[in-house]
Design a protein around this ligand. Structure first.
Ligand SMILES: Cc1ncc(COP(=O)(O)O)c(C=O)c1O
Length: 474
């Protein structure tokens, strides 16, 4: 068989497996069935062979090894963590991205990829309420978006103080303070570690009853040391409650002291795309940097995150690199000037496809629909015997716990029951929830971010939880 025939028939072969998987999504258990030992044994097989295999057999072997070890997170009844699905055009675009196998480091290595990112980046900024003058990087996820933004912030804050961080590093530089409210996602901490700023730089300030940063606490902290370089970390969508900081109050305070404001909006930034929820983002456009994901709420396949920076000159200064063996563009966009990677996947194609498939209306509808489903799901679970709603969704996240009906039950018994309910639902294969500890209580974190979730999925999932409760209380 010629190389072209092999390539074409292998894709058809893989497509048949893919169709079977997608057609079966609704009926397959949402959780996995294969044990760790099974998966290890299947993938290891008879070891690394001396001679290779036919590509068709390889694909069959991959599918066989993975069966029962794939989480149904792309289906409609997956409510764990924050994991979006994949829109049809994005799946196809992602496949084509692999077929084309472009190295999206430079315009010269992948011109179509560079322009797709340029255009999709501008569309994203428009949808997300970010100034059109901001620069963008298409990265692997929100954590790397934080990292990219922190490198730009580091450059801006230290160059203003006469320190060349790209040349001299952080050793001996003015110490950067990081001011945050009582809650933040762990990915900001890891990004601070990677950026050399360190988690020890974080000052956890007083928050409101809802865990939002208070403007007076921020002002007091900045006034204590007004000369120090500072990053203020704000949240658009807390991981547990979906709460939003009050950007219109906080950002002017931060800017009065010359601080850099970064917003973690891994999923919450998408509220800007909905007329129903955009009020939550009031003032967010004044920030210095924003991090969000395509692989969560935009329903682009992994890996897809976006960093936006209000000051392209600082962004570029933190990232750019030139070498005589490379071909640098003069008019076009070289991704290497904006990204922390050198060789990289042309991940902009899938985002461009998502925005083409949905349009403005489709993105708004996706956001509204997920929020509506999250509200319905939390209400449905909250109506079950012994349920307690800890947090009604502001957007697409909510918290529910289950109380033991035993007369002498303690808080720990309620916690245990809540975890057992999630485990029992997972065992049933009907739905997938993950938990959290919020203000000392175990809770089910309800998170809806897939285009596939329907009202029927919500009803079916509530029924699965009701059944799990009945089994556990029997
Ligand atoms: C609020 C928030 N920020 C950041 C992240 C990290 O995103 P990623 O996994 O895309 O790096 C997450 C992931 O769940 C998140 O929920």
């Amino acid at each position: 068989m010629s190389a072209t025939m092999t390539a074409s028939s292998i894709l058809q072969h893989a497509a048949r497996h893919a169709e079977k998987f997608l057609d079966g999504l609704d009926e397959m258990p949402v959780g996995t069935r294969a044990s760790l030992a099974d998966l290890r044994a299947r993938f290891a097989g008879d070891g690394l062979r001396q001679r290779g295999m036919d590509p068709h057999e390889v694909v069959d072997a991959l599918v066989a090894a993975s069966t029962g070890g794939l989480v149904g997170s792309t289906g409609g009844r997956f409510f764990g963590w924050v994991i979006g699905g994949a829109l049809p055009s994005t799946l196809a675009a992602d496949w084509l991205t692999s077929v084309w196998d472009q190295n999206a480091a430079l315009h010269a290595t992948a011109p179509a990829a560079a322009v797709a990112e340029e255009v999709a980046g501008a569309w994203l900024a428009d949808l997300l309420g970010i100034p059109a003058s901001a620069s963008v990087a298409f990265v692997t996820g929100c954590e790397m978006a934080h990292f990219t933004c922190f490198l730009a912030a580091r450059h801006a804050l230290l160059s203003r103080r006469g320190w060349d961080v790209e040349r001299d590093g952080l050793s001996g530089s003015p110490r950067i303070r990081v001011l945050a409210g009582p809650e933040r996602h762990g990915s900001t901490d890891r990004a601070l570690r990677f950026a050399g700023i360190g988690t020890g730089a974080v000052e956890r300030l007083t928050g409101t009853a809802r865990g939002l940063l208070r403007a007076d606490a921020l002002e007091a902290a900045l006034a204590q040391n007004p000369e120090a370089p500072a990053i203020v970390l704000l949240q658009a969508g807390d991981i547990n409650t979906g709460a939003f900081d009050h950007f219109d109050e906080l950002i002017p305070v931060a800017h009065r002291y010359g601080a850099w404001v970064h917003i973690d909006g891994a999923f919450g930034l998408w509220a800007s795309a909905s007329r129903q929820y955009e009020h939550l983002m009031r003032g967010a456009g004044w920030a210095d940097s924003w991090a969000t994901d395509g692989h969560k709420w935009l329903n682009v396949p992994y890996d897809s995150g976006y960093a936006f920076i209000a000051h392209p000159e600082h962004h570029r200064a933190a990232m750019t690199y030139q070498a005589s063996y490379l071909t640098h563009a003069t008019e076009a966009r070289d991704e290497m000037d904006w990204n922390p990677e050198w060789s990289r996947r042309a991940r902009g194609f899938a985002t461009w496809a998502a925005l083409r498939e949905l349009g403005r209306e489709g993105v708004e509808d996706l956001v509204n629909r997920c929020c509506g489903m999250a509200t319905a799901l939390v209400a449905g679970l909250g109506a079950l015997d012994g349920a307690e709603v800890l947090c009604t969704p502001t957007i697409n996240q909510g918290l529910v716990r289950f109380r033991s009906t035993r007369a002498d039950a303690s808080e720990r018994d309620h916690d245990a029951l809540t975890d057992q309910v999630m485990a029992e639902v997972l065992r049933s294969g009907e739905a997938f929830f993950t938990g959290t500890t919020w203000r000392g209580c175990r809770a089910v974190r309800v998170s809806v971010s897939s285009w596939r979730t329907t009202e029927h999925d919500v009803t079916r999932s509530v029924a699965a939880v009701a059944k799990a409760l009945a089994v556990l209380r029997a």
